[in-house]
Design a protein around this ligand. Sequence first.
Ligand code: CA
Length: 232
Amino acid sequence: MAQILLVEDEINVSSFIKKGLEEEGFHVDVAYDGAMGLSLACSNDYNLVILDVILPQMNGTEVCRRYRESRGYSVPVLMLTALGSTEDIVHGLEIGSDDYLVKPFVFRELVARINVLLRRKGMGYTARSYEYAGLVLNTETKTVNRSGRSISLTTKEFRLLELLISSPHRVFSKTSILENVWDANFDFNTNIVEVYVNYLRNKVDKGFPVKLIHTVIGMGYVLKEEEDENTK
Ligand code: CA
């Protein structure tokens, strides 16, 4: 799943965008000022960066310029600008941003621009389809089926299954599932992972002779065909 960094100081706007993008299946980190944004962008491998222009500490165009200097041009940058600030837009494109969106924007348009940029760059992430043991998950059409039978999943169930099927045989710890499917700031004592794994089992494994979702005791969860003595 694509990892996005959002640099936006207005809390209302950033939480709205983060929530919306997560519902679309993206993983989103947020920075609330330019310096923090630059530091996160340079120290992580994001698939896309969304930069507001007007930011405390360092403005978005300066963040973009330094990010390009330090990390090159492989990761697309989408700038958010205020209405009528043509100079910002031109300057932003000159210093290496790939696209811009004028505030206020319609959320659907943001998602469309993001998908275009991710596809155009083809760097690290393209919408795709995973297949394992007759189970097929398509991240573009958001559909899942097993042996030709269509399975209807909620957003979180879909993201959990996408994580598991992206690396069959790999054991995902509860912590890494929480970080990837929910949020790094989630309460780690929660049993929400167990609850959702059970939801998924009911939809994906119930009625099939071969179970795909396994618990590795004390370790986490894995998607695979074979049983062994450490799993149940
Ligand atoms: Ca701002």
